[in-house]
Design a binder for this molecule. Structure first.
Ligand SMILES: C[S@@+](CC[C@H](N)C(=O)[O-])C[C@H]1O[C@@H](n2cnc3c(N)ncnc32)[C@H](O)[C@@H]1O
Length: 329
């Protein structure tokens, strides 16, 4: 049987028994920013508070999509409670996570902060709301179609039962404009197209009555015709073989933020801001967390190293971006 790379990736990541996210051992292959340091969630919460103050209609909701086991949601809830108590009293949380086990864990952990929590497995099923919807490393984890330049033409990559990658004609008409835009792609180069990320954003936009969607992920605004090969992560190293041992390694592709900005505009979202994670965190007070971690001991050194990874250009600081889109009432 031949499957599109998109269908292969969907099952490698999300098969209920053998998929990567069903068996993932936390932090074994990669760290997400909140797994690295809780200051990430604190700075994010401060920014969410500023955004929520600009939402005029109520009641107010904070929605996290792709929340995993709730590590980030707990950091956000704790900071809101500590630094923005009046606002914390007014907001309810919604957690969206397709993995039911993680969702159950996340709800249990967040409920311990005394906040009202609603849980959902799909963004399309949450009721329309006013407030802020945020995600961290959700969009890079959505399955992508894979296009490749061969013999002066753009083909789609399929995967056979033996894990061999084979080029073939485009499986969906929606890929045609993407293939046309890749005319100058070098021979053998590949470009991941996330129809899913744009569809997810359109679905998310349709749930927001008034407020903001804040998406944090690695990627950039890809210039037309540039390569964007997917990657496999295993034990904190990048591997080039994508189809070996499905479920044993994370598969991911950089997010094309230009596509998200366009999908947002089509769904009534105006661009509020787009920039590096480093800029977002430094403007939000990350250097204060670094100063607070001063000291000579090895614990203080390790903590500073983690904080620096979040903002350093060769860590997460420049590779990760923060996109904020606004829906006015
Ligand atoms: C890389 S993890 C990030 C987890 C968490 N946000 C963090 O920063 O640690 C991506 C998460 O998104 C979830 N996910 C993937 N597709 C989803 C979808 N369509 N709706 C909700 N959650 C999804 C996965 O199950 C996984 O838990």
């Amino acid at each position: 049987m031949m499957r599109s790379f998109r269908d292969f990736m969907e099952s490698a990541l999300y098969d209920p028994e053998r998929g990567y996210y069903s068996v993932r051992e936390k932090a074994a292959d990669f760290y997400t920013a909140p797994e690295l340091h809780s200051a990430f969630g604190a700075v994010l919460a401060d920014r969410l508070a500023l955004l929520l103050e600009r939402v005029r209609s109520g009641p107010l909701f904070v929605v996290e999509a792709g929340c995993g086991d709730g590590t980030l949601a707990c950091q956000v809830a704790r900071r809101l409670r500590e630094k923005h108590p009046a606002l914390a009293d007014r907001v309810s949380f919604v957690l969206v996570e397709r993995g039911r086990k993680d969702l159950t864990t996340a709800v249990r952990r967040l409920t311990a902060f005394g906040v009202t929590v609603t849980a959902c497995t799909e963004i399309g099923k949450i009721p329309p709301f006013s407030g802020v919807l945020y995600s961290n490393e959700l969009l890079d984890a959505l399955p992508v179609h894979l296009l490749e330049s061969r013999g002066g033409m753009i083909h789609e990559v399929f995967v056979d039962d033996a894990g061999r990658e084979v080029c073939g004609p485009l499986s969906r008409p929606e890929l045609e404009p993407h293939a046309a835009a890749l005319g100058s792609l070098a021979e053998g180069a590949r470009h991941a197209v996330s129809l899913e990320a744009s569809a997810w954003l359109a679905g998310a936009a349709s749930r927001v009555r008034e407020g903001f969607i804040l998406s944090i992920d690695y990627g950039k605004r890809f210039a037309p015709g540039t390569a964007n090969p997917p990657r496999a992560f295993h034990r904190h190293a990048v591997e080039t073989e994508l189809t070996r041992e499905p479920g044993a390694r994370d598969l991911t592709a950089s997010v094309d933020f230009s596509a998200l900005i366009s999908a947002g505009e089509a769904g009534g979202l105006a661009l509020e801001s787009f920039g590096s994670l480093s800029k977002f965190l430094v403007e939000g007070g990350m250097l204060g967390f670094l100063e607070a971690a001063a000291g000579d001991g090895s614990a203080a050194y390790r903590e500073r190293a983690k904080l620096k990874t979040l903002i350093h250009p060769e860590g997460m600081g420049e590779v990760f971006k923060v996109l904020i889109q606004r829906k006015a009432k």
